[in-house]
Design a binder for this molecule. Structure first.
Ligand code: HEG
Length: 147
């Protein structure tokens, strides 16, 4: 069971309360698909992914990035029970979408980079430590229903 201090909760809530979902969500997924091109294989039905420019201009990808980021709201609202919160989403990614769970970590790293770029100096090592802890718990929970 993961423990969260009052300070850690405050950091996570403050990051998400000021987050521009449209901007950050789309940029994180776009970055993931460009930096780790093998992650494109799950998005064959999303239209043109021919090169970086096409990925950046693809409205389906942008929209899905926003959806994924909103998926993290559930973890923010249920910080003491992230594993159970994501049980169903984990089954979906495993059994229906067949997403390799290593990719959760890749996407979460891209999200960290996009948020760091956006927050600038406010993304201190202390803030990063809390954010990485949060994402590590999310990644673990999403991988829990794989067998
Ligand atoms: Mg996933 C669907 C969240 C990583 C590929 N993802 C979804 C949905 C959510 C979500 C909320 C919609 C579920 C529904 O319709 O009920 N995804 C989510 C999170 C994370 C993640 C929170 C990790 C931080 N997803 C992820 C990764 C890939 C992926 C790394 C592939 C590289 N997701 C994926 C695909 C779909 C979803 C292909 C279905 C898209 C569709 O067909 O509309």
């Amino acid at each position: 069971m993961v423990e969260w201090s009052a300070k850690e909760r405050e950091v996570i809530n403050s990051i998400f309360s000021t987050l521009d979902y449209e901007d950050i969500g789309s940029k994180a997924l776009i970055r993931c698909l460009i930096v780790y091109p093998w992650t494109q294989r799950y998005f064959g039905a999303f239209g043109n992914l021919y090169n970086a420019e096409a990925i950046k201009a693809n409205p389906n990808i942008a929209a899905h990035g926003v959806k994924v980021l909103h998926g993290l709201d559930r973890a923010v609202k249920n910080m003491d029970n992230i594993k159970a919160t994501y049980a169903e989403l984990s089954v979906l990614h495993s059994e229906k979408l067949h997403v390799d769970p290593d990719n959760f970590k890749l996407l979460s790293d891209c999200l960290t980079i996009v948020i760091a770029a956006k927050m600038g100096n406010a993304f201190t090592p202390e803030v990063q430590a809390v954010f990485q802890k949060f994402l590590a718990v999310v990644v673990s929970a999403l991988g829990k229903q794989y067998h």
